[in-house]
Design a protein around this ligand. Structure first.
Ligand code: FDA
Length: 403
């Protein structure tokens, strides 16, 4: 090596994907430099899962990849996910004695703290020395220009110039800018001839306007629902907020929603609402729509829905056709959100560096040898619940094994 600033690989971004890439390459004997403008590693890992990091999902496998990862190329993620599985990450977590539990729907969380995951990844980077490799870190380092001289990549930061035979873009997407998230990955990718699939906020609360503003009065009310958009449907909690709708069911459906689209909410996922109203009419003719809904929904939600549907009087006073109409509405309540809370509140970014220009096996740019793109920066976005970290780990490993 010509100088101490000469590396086998320079990785930009010390998030989940960058760290996993670094430790994999380091343990293959590579000398790696990781540069980040944040003050320390894994900032998003630290805040994830309410501080407990939902570090993977047991279902983040090739079997489910096509359905649970959104990308212009539905098959792209399978290769990396198939070679580095949730069980591989669980083995690593176990090897570090980190206790964890399954919360729901295959989502694995630390019992203790997300800090354990960051410490584990940093310890694995340190282990590189035992394999003849090394991972150096530079934090608090805004990156200047990145150039390629035909064989090496040159990166300037804090007035220093480093060079590496390989260069990895692991700077994530623009979600949560106040944490230092940027769209820098896209600028770099474009600079090296890669295309960008239009990015947009995902896993994000949706906002309500027009007549639906009335629902904002329910701020704080949560209820299990099925949120639907086209063929996508998620049965989980929805939460009314002072701006609109949130909660896991709504965050999930937000990844499928585009401005102007309608989403539908089934407020009674365990029941056939029409059957409920018709049978109540016969069993309790003096019940009202409100009192019937009160028995199966949070009181404030029951009140709001009954008021919106507006069937006055007892159920006995209603003809069956009106009750069928009300039941149908309760099972498919249409909302046309007037927007989302945007990157400020989005857990992830849909779109990003187009997979067209990347090898699915190594994450290397097809036309730019030595350039790799990993993690959220790439046009692969998972469902809520550990899928996005599994993609960060798996794509990081795929590149780390290749560079
Ligand atoms: P990530 O964004 O983590 O890392 C990118 C790194 O690049 C950062 O360290 C950043 O500072 C650095 N960087 C950016 N621009 C730069 C520049 N211009 N110069 C230098 N450095 C730069 N997923 C999941 O599976 N389970 C979960 O529990 C959660 N929970 C969660 C909560 C919240 C609040 C958010 C916002 C997100 C989640 N996620 C999640 C999503 C998950 O955090 C995300 O998908 C991964 O962190 C992506 O990892 P990356 O390494 O690709 O990017």
């Amino acid at each position: 090596m010509a100088s101490s600033n000469n590396y086998d690989a320079i990785i930009l971004g010390a998030g989940g994907a960058g760290l996993m890439c670094a430790l994999t390459a380091g343990q293959r004997g590579k000398r790696v430099l990781v540069i980040d403008h944040a003050t320390g590693p894994g900032k998003k890992i630290l805040i994830s899962g309410g501080g407990r990091c939902n570090f993977t999902n047991v279902n983040a496998t090739t079997t489910h990849a096509q359905e649970r990862y959104l990308s212009a190329n539905a098959h792209f993620a399978k290769s990396a996910l198939g070679r580095y599985t949730p069980q591989d990450f669980i083995d690593l977590v176990n090897a570090h004695g980190i206790a964890f539990h399954e919360k729901t729907l295959g989502q694995l969380f630390c019992d203790g703290s997300a800090r354990q995951i960051v410490a584990m990844l940093m310890a694995e980077c340190d282990k590189s020395v035992a394999f003849g490799g090394r991972v150096d870190f530079v934090f608090d380092a805004p990156v200047g220009e990145v150039t390629h001289d035909g064989s090496d990549y040159h990166v300037t930061y804090n007035g220093v110039r480093a060079q590496g035979a390989a260069f990895v873009i692991a700077t994530g997407g623009p979600s949560i800018p106040k944490m230092g998230a940027t769209a820098f990955a896209y600028d770099l990718a474009r600079q090296f001839g890669l295309k960008i699939v239009e990015p947009r906020p995902a896993l994000v609360p949706l906002t309500l306007g027009g007549d639906d503003v009335l629902f904002r009065e329910l701020s704080g009310v949560s209820s299990e629902v099925v949120a639907k958009h086209g063929k996508a449907a998620f049965r989980e909690a929805a939460l009314f907020t002072h701006r609109g709708l949130s909660g896991p069911a709504v965050l999930q459906i937000s990844s499928y929603w585009r401005p102007g689209d309608q989403v539908e909410i089934d407020f009674l996922p365990s029941l056939d609402a029409t059957e409920l109203l018709l049978s109540e009419k016969r069993a309790r003719p003096r019940a009202t729509l409100r009192s019937t809904l009160d028995r199966v929904l949070p009181a404030r939600l029951a009140e709001a829905l009954a008021a919106k549907i507006g069937l006055l009087g007892n159920l006995a006073d209603q003809n069956d056709r009106n009750l069928v109409g009300a039941g149908t509405l309760l099972g498919n309540w249409p909302f046309v959100p007037n927007g989302s809370e945007g990157y400020a509140k989005a857990e992830v970014t849909l779109g990003g560096i187009s997979t067209d220009g990347l090898s699915q096996k190594t994450m290397e740019a097809k036309k730019m040898p030595g350039l790799y793109c990993v993690g959220e920066a790439v046009d692969v976005t998972g469902w809520l619940g550990g899928y996005n970290f599994q993609w960060a780990w798996a794509s990081g490993v795929a590149a780390g094994e290749a560079l």
